[in-house]
Design a protein around this ligand. Sequence first.
Ligand code: FEO
Ligand code: CA
Ligand code: CA
Ligand code: CA
Length: 548
Amino acid sequence: PTPTPPPSYGINFAPVAANMNDTVTVPTGYTVDVLLKAGDSIESGTPYSGSFPTPADAEKWAGGNHDGMEYFELSGTDANSGGLLALNFEYPDFNILMAGSYNAATATADQKALALSAVGIGVVEVAKASDGKWSVKSGSRFNKRYTGNSSYKASGPASGLLSPTIKGMLNNCASGRTPWGTYLTCEESTDNYLDPTQPEENYGWVVEIDPYQELDLPTKRTALGRFDHENTAYMANSDSRVAFYMGHDGTPGCIYKFVCDRAYSSTNRAANRDMLDNGTLYVARFNADGTGEWRALVHGQNGLTVGATDPGNVSQGPQTPAIVDFANQAEVMVKCISAARVAGGTVMDRPEWITVAPDNSAVFVTLTNNSGRKVTDAANPRTTNRHGHIIKFKEAGNSPLAMTFNWEIFLLAGDPTLANFGAATDDLEGNINGDTFSSPDGIRIDPKGRLWVQTDHSVPGSSGDSARTIEQIFGQNAMFYIDQTTKKSMRFLVGPKGCEITGLAYTPDLTNFFINIQHPTGDWPIAGQQPRSSTIVVRRTDAKPVGN
Ligand code: FEO
Ligand code: CA
Ligand code: CA
Ligand code: CA
């Protein structure tokens, strides 16, 4: 049965048209402010002003390619007018760091330090002025960078295989939070490609960071598996038991959840220090009849032993299976991509963000695209999947502890005009009702149950239509509201040239949406200057909640 839609705030805005303008387009009655550009100061120092920095200066800047983001409340502050923003920097905005292109193999020590300064995360205290504009509170004790040059520790079953002190985290793609108020930042690469001298097992993890700086030092939580992590999204029940959902953005990759062994404490933050070290990681298997199951990635179970048979990337057709050894739980976590396939996980068309409905009735995951798919299955129904799809699943009993679920394809992205291109099953026209899009990536259900989707189609990319580029059909990357019942899609925002839209956070009253503009290529946000990835604030000029 179809779950009852979560309680809604309703939606009311005039959708914007697809366009290719070098600006952020929002509906009438809304305004956009730029809050934090790559090169702005996070820790006190000299910000970018048109010339290349020293490594010491860059280490204090907002890094580049802003991505996942979370808003945290501060005690003693009205959360609707001030708080902490933790945000990911996926990779450097090289154009403001150094001349020419970066080559890790030949980079000087200074160039390496500059590149690594611009990845990781930043935490900033932000505040709203009486005119409604937000700014970073300079000098706040919470303002802090964690970079590719900083030190990290590891915990959990594979920590013994990692360096005691790890240099850097990188490819901090999307993110999430825990119910105990920590930030989870996700490494979307399993090697330190900016500094190949670093041991590769040190990367590809979910890193837990306390934005309040009260708990542990930043810690790579190896119990959540090593793969190209996109984001985390949690589901908690009334007994404070919690599961974290995660996608592996690979071609293809699996969908995972980590279930903590015990309930978290809502009154004692310190009691939750090791919550992410003790639990079980599962991989999702999507059956053709619309049922699904979670299979444990535990040494000795589901074939995870020495001499296991990894079927490989079956989305590419018949593969020669590989023999993989899992001698203990540490090896299961380090070889997680292979372990998931051995255990029977379904290889999906690049799982990106996952989001959980506020009433636990649904989980949505974007499958951004997989133009290399040659063999379909029920959950990945298109060969040459250029435009991606969104899957919805419902845990048994709406419980984070469920071992089975029911699933459906929520929508197939694309555009009806593309239906006639390619082979029979290529580019099925899709079933978007309303404003069409390609390559869903960011997805988030806000606290009022409203579903928002952000796109990352490549530029110029392939539309499948030899006469028109992907931009001419869909416009530049954008953000959409999607009704969960009618699937009607409304374009809320269009980004400037060359960017992708990613990251969504908000104040509790939903009057302010924080959104990231990643890798713009024109001269946004300041005409005549270098383009810079930036966090923007979108709000209504009448100060009412977004979309209400
Ligand atoms: Fe960094 Fe999968 O997006
Ligand atoms: Ca992404
Ligand atoms: Ca993407
Ligand atoms: Ca990206």
